[in-house]
Design a binder for this molecule. Structure first.
Ligand SMILES: Cc1ncc(C[n+]2csc(CCOP(=O)(O)OP(=O)(O)O)c2C)c(N)n1
Ligand SMILES: [Mg+2]
Length: 559
């Protein structure tokens, strides 16, 4: 509550600052350590989403950062709340997502006694965040919060943790507000663009590769126009499929787990790669095998918003310190009269052929056919959220993302991400269709946030690919220790009944042909919904079965 003298508490200053920096949504699990901040929400117009676990709250805020490019914000309590939130902080780190986690802290005068739930956040989160800090002086709230926004959002974006001592939050201070933070666009220089034009002009088989964050629809469109003009093939790196329209004539496919072998071959035989925004980490680089380290065998132009990322793994022939948005804008002004036509047509034909039809699968529900149905029947602006598991291979292969921001999923492969991300997206974009695709293992890592969907009346649809397995790990287990099955089987609840128990809609689909009707019933219910797919555990990837993997591994051992 504001004082009669109108002098604000530090908590009120903090919440006013959030509004000034453009925050509309906060996600939280309450704690006594930051009650004064929660009370300051009361008088604000922030949309507050109270969650069931801090892991859910942090993933929701991370998803907001991913989808909007502005820092997502969550509030968690000290000790157990903060450690529960750590998966979201880790995803934001690996995925280069702007995220600010505010953590309640013990009172200043009890510090260093290992007071109740005390942690030293700088030590705990220091290696995961871009910056971790604690606010001691209420008069410095505007300064520190401003820095938190600048730090999280700019350069290579990432997570920031701000610890808030409980007693500090209630102190009144006459400090002035800080102005809104600015997004800093780093643009390519004239000399770099000149060299870029020369390299592209001399290339025999150039490919554009899109990844990372700091994109926008306008930037994706700019790259698309440039690619089309010079018939350049464009691929997206792991879980960044939404950066390029899958049906654009230049789209060559997704370079992630289990990519189209033709795309991999095309990249290997390319003489110029233009990597825009991404880091080409372990997964898209196919286990660091695609490019020589530090010097790639083909010419590499690396465009990245974080100066410290350029030259970190790969030593590029042309490093360009620029945001994808600024680089895309610069592309539009380039003229390359001497450039030979690229191989976009052939690359796109390879992509279409690879993704056109679902592959044959054991079992009565074909996940590929489900993805093809969804791609043909969901509205063009529908959003897909998921976590990690082999089921995601069918999303990457068969769902064709058409717009920026349509796919919200962790490049860091964190399970349990999809449900909270879907909750956050439906909260932000109530008019858009939001579908979470989850594995059975994946779903139950944060399935409790289905209750949040019910509480806020968010009719999202969760499609659970239930194969009764931690499938990815079973696949690796059969490869590395064939036949020695342990700790990878799952005995699941009835997920449809789970949905109904929470107050949602639930259905089970045992045959592919029944999926459309079940999905439409879920939509018609107007409730948060779960559609459980009964998936044969043998159907472990779109191209092979569990038995095949085991048999192959045994045969290799017996050689
Ligand atoms: C938080 C977390 N814990 C563990 C893992 C390791 N892991 C990767 S995939 C996977 C199994 C996923 O199972 P499920 O969601 O059922 O999908 P499936 O592979 O069966 O399709 C596990 C345990 C992980 N990636 N993230
Ligand atoms: Mg599974």
């Amino acid at each position: 509550m504001r004082g009669k003298d109108n002098i604000r508490t530090a908590a009120e200053v903090l919440v006013d600052q959030l509004r000034i920096h453009g925050v509309r949504h906060v996600f939280c699990v309450p704690g006594e350590s930051y009650l004064a901040a929660i009370d300051a929400f009361y008088d604000s117009d922030l949309a507050v989403t109270v969650c069931r676990q801090e892991g859910g709250a942090a993933f929701m805020a991370e998803a907001v950062g991913k989808a909007t490019g502005r820092p997502g914000v969550c509030f968690v309590t000290r000790g157990p709340g903060a450690t529960n939130a750590s998966p979201g902080i880790h995803v934001a780190r690996q995925d280069s997502t702007p995220l600010i986690v505010f953590v309640g802290q013990i009172a200043r005068e009890t510090r260093e006694r290992e007071a109740f739930q005390e942690l030293d956040y700088r030590a705990v989160f220091g290696s995961m965040t871009k910056w971790t800090t604690e606010i001691d002086d209420p008069a410095r709230v505007p300064e520190i919060v401003s820095r938190a926004f600048y730090t999280a959002a700019n350069g290579r974006p990432g997570p920031v943790v701000v610890s808030l001592p409980e007693d500090m939050l209630s102190v009144r201070t006459a400090v002035e507000d800080a102005p809104p933070y600015a997004a800093i666009e780093t643009s390519p220089g004239a000399a770099e663009l000149k060299k870029f034009v020369q390299l592209l002009g001399a290339a025999r088989a150039p490919i554009l590769m899109l990844g990372g964050s700091r994109w926008s629809q306008a930037a994706a469109d700019g790259v698309a126009r440039f690619a089309q003009k010079y018939a350049l093939p464009v691929c997206t790196t792991f879980r960044r499929l939404h950066l390029f329209d899958a049906l654009h004539p230049s789209y060559a496919g997704d370079l992630g787990i289990g990519p189209n072998p033709k795309l991999v071959e095309r990249i290997k035989s390319s003489d110029l790669i233009v990597l825009i925004g991404g880091r080409l980490g372990e997964l898209p680089s196919q286990g660091y095998t695609l490019f020589g380290i530090p010097r790639p065998q083909m010419t590499l132009v690396h465009v990245h918003p974080g100066a410290e990322e350029l030259g970190r793994v790969y030593s590029p022939h042309l490093p360009i310190h620029a945001t994808p948005t600024a680089f895309a804008a610069a592309l539009e002004h380039l003229d390359l009269p001497g450039v030979p036509r690229g191989q976009a047509e052939a690359a796109h034909a390879d992509y279409l052929a690879w993704t056109e039809k679902p592959t044959e699968q054991p079992g009565a529900v074909n996940l590929g056919a489900v993805m093809v149905w969804l791609r043909e029947n969901l509205p063009a602006d529908a959003m897909l959220c998921n976590g990690a598991g082999n089921y995601a291979a069918w999303i990457h292969r068969f769902f064709r993302f058409r717009r920026f921001g349509q796919h919200v999923a962790p490049t860091s492969g964190s399970m349990g991400y999809g449900v909270p991300a879907a909750v956050a997206m439906k909260r932000l974009y109530p008019e858009r269709a939001v579908v979470c695709i989850a594995g059975d293992g994946d779903f139950l890592m944060n399935g409790q946030e289905f209750a949040t969907a019910v509480q806020y009346d968010l009719p999202l649809i969760v499609v659970i690919a239930d194969n009764g397995l931690y499938g990815t790990i079973r696949m690796h287990q059969e490869r590395d220790f064939p036949g020695r099955v342990i700790a990878t089987d799952l005995h699941n609840p009835d997920f449809a009944a789970y949905a109904r128990a929470f107050g949602g809609f639930g259905a089970t689909v045992a045959r592919t042909a029944d999926f459309p009707a079940a999905f439409k019933d879920a939509q018609a219910s107007g409730k948060p919904a779960i559609v459980r797919l009964v998936i044969d555990p043998e159907a472990i990837t779109p191209v092979t079965t569990l038995s095949n993997i085991r048999a192959k591994s045994i045969a290799e051992r017996n050689k």
